[in-house]
Design a protein around this ligand. Structure first.
Ligand code: PNS
Length: 161
């Protein structure tokens, strides 16, 4: 039987404990997972692509069956290029639903072979996102417990404290 690969796309600026929870749960369903980081400098990320990749490498160094990659252009084209047809995303509270639904339907319009599946975020990470964590950290807030310690350190360095 061929192994089933799932693509986990996102900005990962930076990776959070919510992302990590989705990754480890997805790996209980799929044989291999590709973290696909959107390389879109127009989004003005806090961390460069290389920094985001390095943090993920450091944090998930013990996780097997994992690939860390970047992409630009259409997600559905990238998915096909990786010789699979499944995308996974985490779903938090209601606020995510409309955005995720829109993306999933657009991706489906662009390529009907590509299926989007969703895992409900663990309740512990329901209110967190990279954006809100960055905002709190930029103002000196303590975000430990929401991101891995390495990421916490890197954010402190970025924000200069
Ligand atoms: O972590 P994010 O920022 O919510 O991830 C969004 C992402 C990267 C999954 C989305 O922006 C994306 O897939 N971009 C690639 C461009 C694309 O395919 N657009 C058309 C479908 S929405």
């Amino acid at each position: 039987m061929s192994s089933k690969v799932v693509i986990y796309p996102g900005t990962f600026d930076p990776i959070t404990n919510g992302h990590i929870s989705i990754i480890s749960r997805a790996l209980k369903i799929f044989d291999r997972l590709v973290i696909a980081i959107l390389n879109n400098p127009q989004k003005l990320p806090l961390f460069s692509l290389e920094e985001r990749i390095q943090m993920i490498r450091d944090v998930l160094k013990d996780q097997r069956h994992l690939e860390i990659d970047s992409f630009n252009g259409l997600l559905v084209d990238y998915v096909i290029q990786k010789k699979t047809n499944v995308v996974i995303r985490g779903l938090r509270a209601l606020s995510d639903f409309e955005y995720e639904f829109q993306m999933a339907l657009m991706n489906r319009k662009l390529n009907r072979e590509v299926q989007s599946i969703f895992l409900m975020t663990d309740y512990k990470w329901f209110y967190t996102s990279s954006t809100i964590i960055k905002e709190a950290a930029s103002l000196g807030g303590d975000v430990s417990g929401l991101v891995p310690p390495i990421v916490c350190r890197k954010m402190k360095e970025k924000f200069g404290y």
